[in-house]
Each structure stands twice: as C-alpha cells, then as structure tokens.
Design a protein around this ligand. Structure first.
Ligand code: AP5
Ligand code: MG
Ligand code: ZN
Length: 216
C-alpha cells in the first residue's frame, strides 16, 4: 500500500507511523526525519535545510522533491511506502503524481489527521525525542518511564529546536497557508480519509486501521 499521512505539525503523524510501518511492512519516509539526519551529519543539504526549519518555514520544493525522487526509487519502496510530511505544497503533490506515474505506481490513501489548534500547541511544546532511536514521547501524553531517558534504547531525550513556542506558531500558520490546500487536492481525487486525531494514541491507531479496512 502507498499511503500519505497528512496533517498539521503535532497531529501525530510520526507517532502513528512508528506503528503503521510495522503493521503494513512498508518503509516510513519522513522528509522531516531525513532533513534532521542531514543536519546531524553536517551535510550541505542539512546546512541548507536547517536555515528554513529553524524559522518554521518549508524547505524549497525543488530540494524536497529531489530527495523524495531518490528515496521512492529505492528497492524497499517497490512493495509500498508510508509518506509522512510529504507532500506539503500543491507543487510537491503534483511532482509526486508525475513521479509515481513514471514509476507505474499510485497513491492508495491519504490519511488526514484532524486535531484542534490549541491541542497542537500543547503537543508540540511538550514533545521530546530520543537521540538514539528517534522514538517520540510527550511529557504528559506519552511520558517515558524514567524522565529524560528512552524506554526502548536508554538514550537521552531532547526537545526539537523547532518545538519552541514562537517557531511552533510559524509552523502552524505555514501549514494553514501552504499544506491545508492539499485536503481539497486529495479530496478531489477521491483519496482523502479524515481521521479524528484528537483521541488517545491507541484510538487513533484503530481509526486509521478502520480507514484502511483493517481491524487493529
Ligand atoms: P516534520 O518533522 O515533518 O514536522 P511536522 O510536519 O511539523 O510535524 P511534526 O513532526 O511536528 O508532528 P507529527 O504530526 O509527526 O506529530 P508527532 O507524532 O511527533 O518537519 C519539520 C520541518 O522540516 C518543517 O517545518 C520544514 O521546515 C521541513 N520539512 C519537512 N518536510 C518538508 C516538506 N515536504 N517540504 C518542505 N519542508 C519540509 O506528535 C507530536 C506530539 O504529540 C508528540 O509529543 C506525541 O507524543 C504527541 N501525540 C501524538 N499523538 C497523540 C495523541 N493521539 N494524543 C496525545 N498526544 C499525542
Ligand atoms: Mg513528525
Ligand atoms: Zn531510543
């Protein structure tokens, strides 16, 4: 299955992708994670991406489409993929359609997470990430057993540099202006399935399963 996770910052895309990737046996492709990996590796891509990410702005379409073109062409995507955080503009969505057409592939479903704005701010400012394995936590909603330490690998937890309140507000307005139009884009193609993301993590997982015709 080829799936897109769509939704504002903090909606729970990454959290659900951690589980979906295992249930569906498809790779989890997060452009945000790819940019963060490039930043920590100190590559030219990382340096360029960081300047935009720190301001809560989108990395230019040409760069982002380029990394997705390379990633989707890899062998592990032949049996399906889970896109998280891409596409994020109409230009990216059109580029993806073109790319998939050339590869003889298509999108099966676009899972759109709906969460009220005030909840998104609380989720983002309370998020903590594992430096070792990338597991996503939250100070209140998904706390590790030992404060500041990852349950899965024992590494230290950190706060994403774009999760400070000022940057969070920019990211949310960038979402409204540039990404929310994709809801209509995919609705018009008959691919959109909107999920109530404002419920406990397990319930969201069940709702995603139901949207995909699975019982989890
Ligand atoms: P990216 O990393 O994709 O960030 P984002 O889209 O802003 O989304 P987040 O990762 O913040 O949220 P999420 O939906 O994954 O939520 P999560 O599961 O972590 O992008 C970062 C930056 O990279 C962008 O700003 C841009 O600069 C650049 N970029 C990336 N892709 C790009 C593209 N295509 N084009 C251009 N630029 C691009 O959950 C959030 C918190 O809530 C966690 O603490 C979690 O524990 C908690 N939580 C999750 N679910 C629940 C629940 N059901 N109930 C309570 N708490 C929950
Ligand atoms: Mg994410
Ligand atoms: Zn970890």
């Amino acid at each position: 299955m080829n799936i897109i996770l769509l939704g504002p910052p903090g909606a729970g895309k990454g959290t659900q992708a951690e589980v979906l990737t295992k249930k569906l046996f498809v790779p989890h492709i997060s452009t945000g994670d790819m940019f963060r990996a490039a930043i920590s590796n100190g590559t030219a891509l990382g340096v360029e991406a960081k300047a935009y990410m720190d301001k809560g702005q989108l990395v230019p379409d040409a760069i982002t489409v380029g990394i997705i073109r390379d990633r989707i062409a890899q062998n592990d995507c032949k049996g399906g993929f889970l896109l998280d955080g891409f596409p994020r503009t109409v230009v990216q969505a059109e580029a993806l359609d073109e790319l998939l057409e050339k590869l003889g592939m298509n999108i099966d479903a676009v899972l759109n997470f709906s969460v009220p704005l005030d909840k998104l701010i609380v989720r983002l400012t309370g998020r903590r990430m594992c430096r070792g394995c990338g597991t996503i936590y939250h100070q209140l909603y998904h706390a590790p057993q030992k404060e500041g330490i990852c349950d899965s690998c024992g590494s230290e937890l950190y706060q994403r540099s774009d999760d400070k309140e000022e940057t969070v507000k920019n990211r949310l307005s960038v979402y409204e202006a540039q990404t929310a139009p994709l809801i209509d884009y995919y609705e018009a193609k008959g691919l959109l399935k909107t999920i109530n993301g404002d419920q406990p993590i397990n319930e969201v997982m069940k709702a995603l399963g139901a949207a995909l015709g699975q019982e989890w």
